[in-house]
Design a protein around this ligand. Structure first.
Ligand code: 7RM
Length: 653
């Protein structure tokens, strides 16, 4: 990674304090209360987390040590403690809250189902028995490639119940991307659906699973298929089974396994700056506590709340805040199959009105799409049930923040702008809504127990107002434990960019940031080769590999270009193999090729053909120059390392 110049240009001085009414009823009621919590946690983070683990979760047997950090960067939390996430999400709520809705599900075509805690518990137990019947045992990896339907939640919780490790793959990924993940995780079972609804069309999921397995190298022996869209699918005898048929063969008695706190819970793939996507590994006890307590305090969960996080379960936000965080707290969580779409611009506001949603958590890119569709849609619905709003996925531009505040929140609902990552397991930098005044565009302050900082390469804090690297100075329970099958990559990617200070390891998040004079964090975006398109993390490497795998392409370099709606758009610079010539057809074909290799989320917005790419003498592509070109900016800064300056002239012309 090259040393980027981090410049901070955003100036935003408006502040918004929560109303007295909101603060009075909130779990954390004032800035002083937050500060006291924060200081106590910072003085002894391990004791802080141990107290919470004891108070908030059910343990079959207690731990012997809060944190084992004797072999950094490999942390163990609540060592030897025995716990089960599915138990904490289901069983412990049955006596007090068995008839409370756990999941309110709304399908894209408008069908809807409410599932109580008792019903969800029963389905999860039953499906856990199905998994056992199919030979799944503790530690086995189970691939999940499903739409946003209740069965995805059942499948995930059932894995957690028996100690199988789920690996959810977003339903928008292609067969090839699915295969890579199934191979890497060595999954022996895949759970899928015939298809799913997305933007008014049926996404064929089962055929993609068939294609992924047909390409070879997976260890998949069993495929379980749930019926959602009822289109024809081929079932391979001996390998493929219908969900409903298997469910009819088992009972619903399945006690939660007493798992070790450090048993693997799930693996979730995420893009980095180099190579193939990384399997981020999370374990049981620490993840349970971290997703639980962040959900409780940041969304200020109260008994009657209806909580709606719009993320897909294929992303970490769907894991932590559609499913595990809300359910561990005994809350009602809304699951919605649809995406923002022009054919039904009022769909999201209909869901809020219909189910009286009180907390709404979505991404800036969705907010920008809503702005574009027009105020008349939210204005025509009753949104008075809302009391709190949230955002996640990328920095939110102050204009979008103000729109969200005024048009959706009626200037009454606090907004929590939450910074975190797949790797962190849960929210790290965020307002506590009753305690911390917000500034549009800032994720504000660290969660208690999170020692976040902005540092230079040597781990020194940089002064207020100056840009640097976002870093975490102490382990936390929700932290990823390793990259699946690659401890070395884990160490290198996250713990060696910043030099350990006094033998203490510092977590490198890959984001640039600054703190203002109030200590508020302003996240400025990635400092590595990761592009954030509509809140989805994509590595430039992956897209470049996909392009180069096409016979016409010799070399490719991919950069992000600022985009009003999606945050960033993908621009690919491509050189061609000798016999091929640039054409509109080829451009279309290459875009299609990337969609086939990775999925529609990675489709380049623009492809520019070039004779050569700008490189340093050592052969490194100078992305900084390409980024400027893509954005139509003047090339500034040093170009003396460029091997052939004429390349630049040609690209510009
Ligand atoms: C939860 C999630 C992580 C990356 C992260 C940032 C960016 C996320 C914010 C944000 C500014 C935010 N996981 N990011 N939230 N940037 N403000 N509130 O998104 O692994 O998919 O992406 O997303 O760059 O490193 S993720």
């Amino acid at each position: 990674m090259s040393q980027p110049t981090i410049e901070s240009i955003l100036q935003e001085n408006r502040t918004f304090a929560p109303s007295a009414e909101f603060s009075e009823k909130a779990t954390v009621k004032s800035f002083d209360e937050y500060k006291a919590l924060y200081d106590r946690a910072a003085a002894d983070p391990v004791v802080f987390w141990e107290e919470l683990a004891k108070k908030e979760l059910h343990w079959f047997s207690p731990w012997t040590e809060g944190l084992d950090w004797s072999n950094p960067p490999f942390a163990k939390w609540f060592v030897n403690g025995k716990i089960n996430l599915s138990y904490n999400c289901l069983d412990r709520h049955l006596d007090s809250n068995g008839d409370k809705p756990a999941i309110i599900w709304e399908g894209e075509p408008g069908d809807s189902i409410t599932i109580t805690y008792r019903e969800l518990h029963q389905q999860v137990c039953q499906f856990a028995n199905v998994l056992k019947k199919m030979g799944v045992v503790k530690g086995d990896r189970v691939g999940i490639y499903m739409p946003m339907i209740p069965e995805s939640a059942v499948a995930m919780l059932a894995c957690a119940r028996i100690g199988a490790v789920h690996g959810v793959v977003f339903g928008g990924f292609s067969a090839d991307a699915l295969r890579d993940r199934l191979v890497d995780a060595e999954a022996k079972v895949v759970i899928t659906a015939d298809g799913g609804w997305r933007k008014d069309v049926v996404v064929p999921l089962k055929p993609a699973v068939d294609a992924a397995i047909a390409k070879g190298q997976t260890k998949v022996e069993t495929v379980i298929v749930t019926k959602r869209t009822a289109q024809d699918v081929t079932m391979e005898s001996g390998r493929d089974h219908w969900w409903h048929e298997l469910m009819a063969t088992v009972d619903s008695d399945c006690p939660a396994a007493e798992l070790d706190s450090e048993d693997n819970l799930f693996v979730l793939y995420t893009s980095g700056s180099t190579g193939k996507p990384k399997g981020v590994v999370h374990t049981t006890g620490g993840y349970n506590l971290y997703s639980h307590i962040t959900c409780k305090w940041i969304f200020d969960l109260q008994e009657k709340d209806v909580f709606w996080c719009t993320a897909d379960v294929g992303w970490i936000t769907g894991h932590s805040y559609v499913l595990y965080g809300p359910l561990s707290n005994g809350a009602t969580t809304v699951m919605y199959e649809g995406a923002p779409r022009p054919s039904n611009p009022g769909a999201f506001w209909d869901v809020i009105q219909k189910h009286k949603v009180s907390i709404f958590y979505t991404a800036p890119t969705a907010i920008r799409a809503f702005i574009k569709m027009g105020d008349e849609h939210p204005n025509a619905r009753d949104l008075t049930s809302l009391r709190l709003l949230g955002t996640v996925g990328e920095p939110i531009n102050p204009e979008a923040w103000m729109w969200y505040h005024k048009v959706i929140g009626a200037e009454r609902c606090p907004i929590v702008d939450t910074w975190w990552q797949t790797e962190t397991g849960g929210i790290m930098i965020t307002p506590l809504p009753g305690a911390i005044a917000t500034k549009p565009g800032s994720a504000t302050l660290p969660f208690p127990g999170i020692l976040a900082d902005v540092v230079d390469m040597d781990g020194n804090s940089v002064p207020a107002g100056e840009g640097g690297y976002l870093a975490i100075r102490h382990p936390w329970p929700g932290m990823m434990r390793t990259v699946y099958g690659d401890d070395n990559r884990f160490r290198k990617t996250y713990w060696e960019h910043i030099a350990p200070v006094d033998g203490k390891y510092i977590y490198f998040a890959g984001d640039g940031a600054r703190r203002d004079e109030d200590g508020y964090f302003w996240v400025m975006g990635r400092v590595d080769d990761v592009i954030n398109v509509a809140g989805h993390r994509l590595g430039t490497m992956e897209i470049e590999s996909a392009l180069v795998s096409h016979p016409a392409v010799a070399e490719a370099a991919v950069v992000g270009k600022p985009d009003d709606l999606k945050g960033e758009e993908i621009v690919a610079f491509v050189t061609l193999e000798g016999t091929h010539t640039a054409s509109d057809e080829l451009m279309k074909e290459l875009k299609k090729h990337v969609v086939k290799e990775i999925g529609a989320i990675a489709r380049p917005g623009e492809i520019r053909f070039a004779d050569a790419l700008p490189k340093t003498r050592s052969g490194k592509i100078m992305r900084r120059l390409l980024r400027a070109l893509a954005a139509g900016q003047e090339i500034s800064g040093d170009t003396s390392t460029l091997e052939d300056i004429s390349v630049l002239e040609k690209l510009r012309g």
